[in-house]
Unconditional design. Structure first.
Length: 74
């Protein structure tokens, strides 16, 4: 619930005492808020990341293929 209030995954990581951001991402995905719909985008370059952040997308995570995931409420 803290993440959905603050939109700050690093703060939630600190509050939960996780050593890895991946653990925090896992736990934040366990809570389902019905009716929440998002546009999801993937970025590979710094330029793409910048454009998505400027468009109001929030950072969700990064995978092993160096892809960065973002989302924005519809």
């Amino acid at each position: 619930m803290t993440y959905h209030k603050t939109k700050d995954i690093l703060y939630v990581k600190k509050v939960l005492g996780h050593k890895s951001i991946n653990s925090t991402l896992l736990y934040t995905q366990l809570i389902s808020f019905e009716g929440d719909e998002y546009d999801v985008k993937v970025a590979e370059t710094k330029q793409e990341i910048t454009k998505l952040l400027e468009a109001g997308f929030e950072w969700v995570g990064k995978d092993n293929d160096n892809l960065t995931y973002f989302r924005k409420r519809k």
